[in-house]
Design a protein around this ligand. Structure first.
Ligand SMILES: Cc1cc2nc3c(=O)[nH]c(=O)nc-3n(C[C@H](O)[C@H](O)[C@H](O)COP(=O)(O)OP(=O)(O)OC[C@H]3O[C@@H](n4cnc5c(N)ncnc54)[C@H](O)[C@@H]3O)c2cc1C
Length: 456
């Protein structure tokens, strides 16, 4: 599929030959995000290098009724950046760089295409912490993090991307620029378009710049891996830790998840994996005392406090579980939210449901339990799309019945679009459609994403 010649000519004239690639010039990476579910290469890849170029490209596409899919670092797990047919892809990769660190305001003005690790490093060099962090930090872009309202590893301490977003600049489908690069925490001036666009997954506007709140660099703390006998103990330790320490991360692994990752990494901090393992990280001193007291009170079976950064990193590698992708072909990774008190019941029923259908399946659970976020890792030997759908149905029906959310942090994109009704009411979905129609009446931005297909 190729573009209208007048549109292609206009794009080259406005963006230059480096800014608009066509047909065979389009790299394979534009086909799919990290979910590896993308099937179509876009007919063109636009690479604007400024807000003005983004606006010009969108205005041209609008004039030609040309749909556009927005692409950041392509680490998304919901298919949101995948082209579905005839969209041109618009990549923010050339709109990169930190523009300013305002030390008085504790704020960073950053372009959307800046890779998270680069922004984090610049913040650190200036004596600040950029509080959002996740495993995909080496590729995910600031614009993608805002577009998905990313969570990650420090939410328990500093919140999600939305909680750290002071200002935003974005371009609407017709090329109009909305710029509100506020640097203040307090700003009650009408409808908050920043929070509307944050989490909209490229369906309402293209994010071009953001102002992110920075925090002081935390004091050195400790990391420990703890063994616990029950989920009640997991919650008891969380409560204790919150009362007595500054908790920077609280990650839980169910036994099957820990056992598999210990085996894959060839490292066995717990030779006999306990029912639950908690990775806890604190800022400042006191973790060892806290764990000692918890052990005395019978909350903990055992705890290993990391003696070096390398040992702490080793604990994190167990939790990140990246080796599972290669070891379990077709691994499904669901990302749900539930009240912590309902997680154990969910995991038990979900595992029983999946194993009831496929006795040879791997099903395990892990997650940012302090944030109410649980991941389901499932692999059905020889399973195809029908098997994936069956796992999703088991998990999402349970989530709906337990009053949770089908997406804690990865977003809806394409892969969860048809399940949105499990977490949002018909009235809410109708209001979302009305917002989409108001900001993008021709439906050109990321068509087919987030909102379920209208009935009939
Ligand atoms: C190893 C690994 C670990 C991860 N861990 C976490 C985690 O802990 N927490 C978490 O929340 N996510 C996590 N993710 C998911 C992913 O990293 C995040 O969703 C991230 O925010 C996506 O950023 P990106 O730049 O790669 O966006 P992409 O994948 O390119 O795009 C994601 C969505 O945002 C839209 N988009 C991208 N850029 C823009 C823009 N400038 N303007 C408008 N829309 C845009 C796209 O159209 C798409 O819908 C993880 C992914 C991997 C691979």
């Amino acid at each position: 599929m190729s573009l209208a010649p007048a549109l292609a000519e206009g794009l080259v004239a406005r963006l230059g030959p480096r800014g608009a690639l066509f047909g065979p010039e389009v790299p394979e990476a534009a086909r799919s995000d990290w979910s590896r579910t993308g099937r179509h290469l876009p007919p063109a890849l636009l690479r604007p290098a400024s807000t003005e170029e983004v606006a010009a490209a969108l205005a041209l596409c609008h004039r030609h009724r040309q749909p556009v899919v927005v692409q950041g670092g392509m680490t998304g797990l919901a298919g949101g950046a995948n082209p579905c047919g005839n969209e041109v892809a618009l990549s923010l990769a050339r709109l990169a760089g930190v523009e300013e660190i305002d030390a008085d305001a504790g704020a960073m003005v950053v372009r959307a295409g800046t890779v998270l690790a680069v922004a984090q490093e610049e913040a650190r060099a200036a004596g600040f912490l950029l509080p959002v962090d996740l495993g995909a930090r080496g590729s995910a872009q600031v614009g993608g993090l805002v577009a998905t309202n990313a969570g990650g590893l420090r939410v328990i301490r500093h919140g999600t991307m939305r909680d750290n977003l002071l200002g935003l600049e974005a371009v609407l489908a017709d090329g109009r620029v909305l710029s509100h690069l506020s640097r203040t925490v307090k700003d009650n001036t009408g409808y908050d378009l920043r929070h509307l666009i944050c989490g909209s997954e490229g369906t309402l506007a293209v994010i071009t710049r953001a102002v992110i709140r920075l925090r002081p660099l935390p004091p050195p703390g400790d990391t420990a891996l703890c063994a616990l006998a029950s989920f009640e103990a997991v919650l008891a330790l969380l409560g204790e830790a919150r009362r007595r320490a500054t908790v920077a991360a609280y990650e839980v692994m169910w036994r099957d998840y820990l056992a598999l990752n210990q085996e894959l990494l060839g490292r066995r901090p717990f030779p006999d994996p306990p029912p639950f393992a908690v990775l806890i990280e604190t800022e400042g001193p006191g973790l060892a005392e806290l764990l000692g007291d918890a052990h005395e009170r019978g909350i903990l079976l055992d705890a290993l406090v990391a003696r070096s950064t390398a040992e702490a990193r080793g604990f994190w590698e167990l939790r990140e579980g990246l080796a599972m992708d290669d070891a379990l072909p077709g691994l499904v990774n669901l990302d749900v939210a539930l009240a912590p008190g309902r997680m154990a019941a969910f995991a038990e029923a979900c595992a029983a449901g999946v194993r009831g259908l496929h006795p040879g399946a791997h099903v395990s659970f892990y997650g940012h339990v302090g944030d109410g976020n649980l991941h389901v890792a499932a692999a059905i030997p020889g399973g195809g799309p029908d098997a994936v759908h069956a796992v999703e149905r088991i998990a999402y029906d349970l989530v709906r019945d337990l009053g949770g959310s089908i997406s804690a942090e990865h977003g809806i994109g394409l892969l969860k679009r048809d399940w949105l009704g499990h977490s949002r009411s018909p009235g809410e979905i109708a209001a979302m459609r009305a917002l989409k129609a108001a900001l993008d009446p021709l439906g050109l931005l990321n068509p087919g994403k987030v909102l379920p297909r209208a009935a009939g």
